[in-house]
Design a protein around this ligand. Sequence first.
Ligand SMILES: [Fe+2]
Ligand SMILES: [Fe+2]
Length: 371
Amino acid sequence: MDRELRRPGERPDPSLGITRRIFLHKSVLAGAAGAATYGWFPLINTLDVAFGAEAFKFAWISDNHLYPKDVNTRFVDKATRAVKDVQAMSPPADFLIHGGDLAQLGDPVELGLGNDILKELKIKKVYIPGEHDWYFDMGAKWRQLFGAPNWTFDHKGVRFVGLDTVSRGPDYWTAKKMTAKERMGHMATLDGSVAGAWAGVGRDQLEWLNRTLGSWPKDKPVIIFSHNPLYEYYPPWNFWVRDWREVHEVLKAYTNVTNVHGHTHQVLYNELGKMRSIGMLATSWTWPYAPEGVPALTRCLVRVDPGDHFDGVGWSRLTVSAAEKLENEYVMWRKDILAEAPWDSGCADNINQTLQPRIADREWPYYGAYK
Ligand SMILES: [Fe+2]
Ligand SMILES: [Fe+2]
């Protein structure tokens, strides 16, 4: 896909190049275990972007997938831990972006519980929805708690945009006479074979994005938050937005665009045209890497320990530095971070992905018809 969009010699910014300053501190366990073990230190991607900005930090939390407390407190514990971690940042983060999937089944009780947990964090907070927040009542409770699902604001030399990539799912439920609960049940699975290509930006929001960016200089930094990645990673799990080509039509004139997204629950990095995308960790669980389409620039997360539910999950601390860099620091509550051997991650077999034919073109030939 990158080759489709990037003309010869074009990169996200010619002065930059990605310097992935990945701290590969081997833990003392490495020798003993004989495995690739990068212990206790956060993984940091340094993205050189031409910020003329004042230094500041912000934090990302997403994919908490909360059940009501009487069903399960495991995910509550992890969301609470992330909030406490962010609250303890010194100096404090300028704001928190919550990247969606606060709830597991869209239950108003789950969303209310999430809101109560997030209330403990006393900094500014902004929110975008995930599909798990939306499809029980079509976003009614989420909107009541958190407001509009897309928005923009400028902060210290950066234009931030929050996109709604979840609310425009094609109606598969009316003809099948599904209840709200049944609809939500289908949205809560990774497999999109019933719900179809639900992830999208939509024409109205694309026009809004175009207008929003129209007043912003082309070389100034733009950071776009979305629940789903803004490129085609793996459509059968909706690890994409179906109208990603149109998104890039809007973005291609801008040289400093970073997309920070949730939904994939794994360490993920990609460049597409002039845009970089960074996938965030969940607090709930890790998803496996997809069977194909893992971006070649991704340095994969080690497979997690299924006996330790704090393993492989966490949140992100992001810094816009005065030295004109955006740094993403995965704060992962685990012992190991990056895989060294193919069998450590489950994604190395796919890393040399076959680009043609596109999965979406095979499976959803009419995706362009969606609004
Ligand atoms: Fe999620
Ligand atoms: Fe999601």
